[in-house]
Ligand binder design. Sequence first.
Ligand code: PLP
Length: 413
Amino acid sequence: MSAPDPVKADDPSTPTRNRSHMSNSDSKSSLKPDTKLAHLGRDPKSFHGFVNPPVVHASTVLYPDVETMRPGGQKYSYARRGNPTTDSLEETVKELEGAAGVRLASSGLGAVSLAILSCVKSGDHILITDTAYHPTRHFSDTVLPKFGISAEYYDPLIGAEIKSRFKPNTAAVFTEAPGSLTFEMQDIPAIAQAAREIGAMVLMDNTWATPLFCQPIALGVDLSIQAGTKYIVGHSDAMLGTVAASERAWDGLNDFYGAIGGHVAPDDAFLGLRGLRTMSVRLERHQRNTHAVLEWLKDLPMIGTIRYPALPSDPGHAIWKRDFSGSSGLCGFDFIEGTTKEQSNAFLNALTLFGLGYSWGGFESLAIPVKLKGARSTTRFDENRRSVRLHIGLEDPEDLIRDIEQALVKAFG
Ligand SMILES: *Cc1c(COP(=O)(O)O)cnc(C)c1O
């Protein structure tokens, strides 16, 4: 029995066997990112002309005959291994990331653990940036040791000197830029180059920039991670993660994913796809609004350091300018020395448009107090500093500024 016909574009009765959006992907690789966002991962012809792919709720997939029931006998075999909805999202992210392949996870943290576990084994050593998202650290400190994998933390500013931290069993280097809560930029190409020389895999949590503003695989990264919960979904209504792999990392990721039964529900994949369609215009607005708010905020007497690498005053600005093409809505600032916890809390409690909540990347503005105690092991920081992390949403920046202003007046008089 021969392999099924890969393209049946004009036969809507066999949508699951239609692969035209896959086979077109070569010609689509040359499209600009905004065009990719609008057109990739959907093939109206194979679904009666409907613009979006259906949300395929499924487990069993039927075969026409026994002969087809063999590996690769037809495009879909069982829904855990993928369906047209999850394929659409994976295909779109793959093209955006310039990756060999993409696997979805049920959360950003799920994507972090999937990426790490896909490239390390018992006896290995992994280096992790000290400014990693805290749950990444928790995973590395509690789960990895159970499998005989040791994790050590390095200074995010280490650059090519990462090689001084290599051990004979170093198998992976985990990066994240800018750093969680403190926004340090990392020299990803220098780290990737050094890691490649010893055959170690390079991972990057690129949630802040998304593949629209930073292309990790082009910078030498093997496993590019997104908390899709943030800007991909973009509406604070679903959890999602994506891992995009370079050629050399793809088989390891794909095989591991299949072996552990990785799967994302079609409704969540659909929300990810829907979010992606507008991600570029949303990010552009997040970026513009953030600049407007920070421009107003930066010279106020109670404001100390602003943390946002897109600002020329930021210590990571040169690297950001070299490696990134834009900036998102997540930023931070310190209050001046001597600010009390009561003042900082009063400011946060007085905000009305900014919600107090974790996560970010949705349309709304958010604020949290930054707590670094226990969050770093190799980087020095001032435990007394009062810092706030803001997510600047899609509201009118004049309203956001007025909200911050009235909260500052309440807290500082
Ligand atoms: C939120 C976040 C994650 C985790 O994503 P979840 O979907 O909340 O699990 C990972 N990395 C970064 C940088 C994040 O901000």
